[in-house]
Design a protein around this ligand. Sequence first.
Ligand code: UDP
Ligand code: MG
Length: 369
Amino acid sequence: MSIGKLPVVSIVVPCYNEEEVLPETVVRLTAVVERLVADKLAAPSSFVLFVDDGSRDRTWELIEKYHRTHPHISGLKLARNAGHQSALLAGLKSVMHRTDCAISIDADLQDDPNVIREFMIKFHEGYDIVYGVRQSRDTDTFFKRFTAQSFYKMMKSMGVKITYNHADYRLMSRRALEQLDRFKEVNVFLRGIVPMVGYKSTNVYYDRHERFAGESKYPLKKMLAFAWDGITSLSVTPIRLVSTAGFLMFLVSVIAGLYAIIQKMVGNTVEGWTSIVVSVWFIGGIQLISLGLIGEYIGKIYKEVKHRPLFIVETELIPQVSRMAVGAVSELGSGSGGSGGSGGAGGAGGAADPGVGARADLQPVKGSE
Ligand code: UDP
Ligand code: MG
């Protein structure tokens, strides 16, 4: 975002069978956009993008209708139900090159849209990612609260960096979106991937309300599948647990073996008992260790095939090397390889080796690593 120019803001809203809540969501979100524009926090071309995730009700008809009548409303229709995360990603990818920052929010108004203003203030302060974090879960049932909190704790214990009590209500700058786009994985668990982008981030706290209308599109079955997806697409700890169990079992097999041999020596056993007991534990241990070992490799393959970016550059302090200079460097490079000592190649300075001179030109690149 250049100084003095207002950022184009887009609000991305995945919708699956949301005809009941959509009219109210449109009113609230357009009001937010209009206020941002009036307060000079966003450019007038800012917009709300509703992503219809293959709804079977009138959701898309409504989106089309609002698009015709509201200048700030646009729509994207997916051909089939792709699931919340994929629908959201589709929206973010679609706005990526048309916006300076994108805010993702659910259609059901559980997350207070007025908080977007605070997101924008943080964005203007220079944050690339702003996480909306629920202050309280008073409106959730005990069951939802308990399962959600256990989930966050479990993810943390498995080494997954995830913001506690943050769902998918967040702001991302354009450059953060562009980096997110470099994650090519198919098992999308955005709240686990976004922190991997890095960049300057902060939290904004808010109270989460009850769904405005309609019912949850996340029944228990989908919720468990989502949690399982999150764990298995971000962590290989479950595989490690198999190896650990294998080693424990192996240890037990040694103890059980000693015990069985002592029992045999004392004469407390029937014929064949010792060999059976020892082999059962021993083979069990070996099998689990082997499984864990194979799992380790599968885990590695799994990480490989995701093609996640290895690093994300935050700032570059590299002087622009002009095309001519680059040409000169490559010419000098090939020259020194081939024709040995060609005397006064560059002329200027005489004593200096042209190759060294060229490299010295590029020194700042090394210095900035
Ligand atoms: N959603 C979606 N595709 C789906 C399921 C849900 O786009 O397959 C959207 C839904 O319309 C809503 C958001 O994802 O905007 C979150 O869903 P919901 O509010 O039902 O989940 P909950 O808040 O109950 O966890
Ligand atoms: Mg909801």
